[in-house]
Design a protein around this ligand. Structure first.
Ligand SMILES: Cc1ncc(COP(=O)(O)O)c(C=O)c1O
Length: 384
């Protein structure tokens, strides 16, 4: 077992580098090794050295879980095989007949999971713009799901205000912090009960691993999540844990660059005649810019926009960039461009969560900013 350094009072960057624990006491390895073992020898029947079977626990996973929990300011953390697996475990905390409120603008897969999997298992699900949350809360509401910034419309939800309202009703608040990361905002500090991530995105940061994570300070939620993690078994392998952990160590410097490059891209989009509307919380005319300023350290690397030329122009722009790669996902070092209506959010078509057809979403990477601006400008010039 690796020693845990005392990182009390250290800065976020220090915790990002050292949060996985100190050097391995046996070998001095400075990084947590990839423990490729499915089972662990016991010294006597029922006497183990902290691990018995790798679905229940593995040192590579334990190190990642402690690391990410530290960054989110959580006492308990659980790694999963994907963001969806983490979300599924959280929704399983609810019982048939319980009511879940979700945002009208959330990741399409989250909406699909709630409405096509958990609703079938007896959960009552409503979508609402969370600014009107008060109107949809019921006595049986047990969970309010928050995504902020939202995917793909980049709206901002006031976490503290939602938490106050939901708690008054006896509901817990879950925040998907995938877009912001704990470098930008810490939902548990703002009153949320559970924070969830697709670690596939900024935490992993290199588009080479699928993973999920959930954290909480509530011992009861933690105990049930631990049970579900082991009982349902949607756990990440040790190599996946290593890859996420390696990414996390550079999270702060990557996020600084993502955010700075995104501001330059926003500036270009605001000036370009092909662009109808730019969606980014940095903009003073964003409806919840003030909330963003209050709860976020920076405005994030995701940028969305609509085009005067409608859906066809959006589809054309997506195929005419050279540095921005046409692909789903986000949060990696490379810039990506996509059409949410036909790609990431296709499963929400025809529902209250359907996204505009002329919408393009960018995950702004950490390349040279001038190259990104030029690439996008050239593609936009073709649809004027
Ligand atoms: C905000 C958000 N949450 C959750 C997920 C699901 O994560 P995963 O793809 O790792 O299962 C995604 C995936 O795109 C996402 O964007």
């Amino acid at each position: 077992m690796r020693d845990r350094r005392d990182l009390t009072g250290t800065g976020f960057e220090t915790r990002a580098v050292h949060g996985g624990g100190g050097p391995d006491p046996t070998t001095g390895a400075v990084n947590t090794p990839v423990y490729l073992s499915s089972t662990f020898a016991q010294d006597a029947v029922g006497v183990d050295r902290g691990y018995e079977y790798a679905r229940s626990g593995n040192p590579s996973r334990a190190s990642l879980e402690a690391h990410l929990a530290l960054l989110e300011g959580a006492e308990f953390g659980f790694a999963f095989a994907s963001g969806m697996a983490a979300e599924d475990a959280i929704m399983r905390l609810l019982d048939p007949g319980d009511h879940l409120v979700m945002p009208t603008d959330s990741y399409g897969g989250t909406y699909r999971l709630a409405t096509q999997v958990h609703r079938r298992a007896g959960l009552a699900v409503d979508t609402a713009h969370l600014s009107t949350l008060r109107e949809v809360l019921k006595p049986e509401t047990r969970m309010v799901w928050v995504e902020t910034p939202t995917n793909p419309l980049l709206d901002i939800v006031d976490i503290a205000a939602v938490a106050e309202l939901a708690h008054g009703q006896g509901a817990i608040v879950v925040v998907d912090n995938t877009f912001a990361t704990p470098w930008i905002q810490r939902p548990l500090d703002l009153g949320a009960d559970i924070v969830v991530h697709s670690t596939t995105k900024y935490l992993g940061g290199h588009s080479d691993v699928i993973g999920g994570f959930a954290a909480t300070n509530d011992p009861d939620c933690a105990q049930r999540l631990a049970f579900l993690q082991n009982a349902a078994g949607a756990v990440p392998g040790p190599l996946d844990c290593f890859l996420v952990q390696r990414g996390v160590m550079t999270l702060p410097i990557r996020m600084e660059r993502h955010c700075a490059n995104a501001l330059a891209v926003v500036d270009l989009l605001r000036r370009h005649e092909a662009v109808k509307h730019v969606l980014h919380p940095s903009l003073a005319d964003h409806p919840r810019h003030d909330v963003a300023r209050r709860q976020m350290r920076a405005f994030g690397g995701m940028v969305s926009f609509t085009l005067h030329g409608g859906e066809q122009a959006a589809l054309d722009v997506c195929t005419r960039t050279h540095i921005f790669t046409l692909a789903e996902s986000l949060g990696g070092v490379e810039s990506l461009i996509e059409h949410p209506g036909r790609m990431t959010h296709a499963s929400a078509a025809g529902s209250s969560n359907e996204v505009p057809a002329d919408l393009v979403r960018l995950s702004v990477g950490i390349e040279a900013v001038d190259d990104l601006v030029e690439d996008l400008e050239r593609a936009l010039d073709t649809v004027v």
